[in-house]
Design a protein around this ligand. Sequence first.
Ligand code: 3PG
Length: 226
Amino acid sequence: MAVTAVSTLDLQREANAMTDPLELASHGPVIPVIVLHRVEDAVPLAQALLAGGVRVLEVTLRTRVALQCMREIVRAVPEAIVGAGTIRSVADAESAKDAGCRFGVSPGYDSDIGHACRNMGLPLLPGVATASEVMAANADGYDFLKFFPATAAGGIPMLKALAGPFADVAFCPTGGITADTAPQFLALPNVRVCGGSWLTPDDAVAAGDWPRITALARAATALRGS
Ligand code: 3PG
């Protein structure tokens, strides 16, 4: 999608309409997992990713400035679809919603968080690493799941194995995936999108090397399953 062709009204409609987390997979093959240590990096980083065609941004709740960074991106970069990663409690989900996030991502599955996100209208991509966790998430109505930590928890063989009993479940594998391995994950029928931090290396963010991040985003946008 040509980001510049999207009108403010279209963006507003889109923001109001998203209820299904699976829509997150419709904007490109990779969702960047972002760690921000300085508020001043938030907007240029988001703009650099957008310039590379990446609209869906997972900003992790791992730093004390994370919520402020989310607010800044939501305010200044309306084309970005900002979500909060590392949601570990209902309070985290509430803070993310307050900051203007349009989705949440949790590293594991917790029913309280699942119910709270549904009640507050925050689409959630919950994490799972085992069949039991898939069943718990399914029981609460979640069928698009983050498979985390993807490489450590069994990688491609595990995703192939989960496709048997859970043929109706889609995954976003995250954790240990690289630009080189992402195509193998994206080739799996039950993988809709991959997550990873390789688009936003710490040293590039610290140096304000936005062209490098745009180049990484552009390369990620072009990835296909193989
Ligand atoms: C995550 O939070 O989802 C992972 O830390 C991202 O994993 P990666 O840094 O190995 O891509």
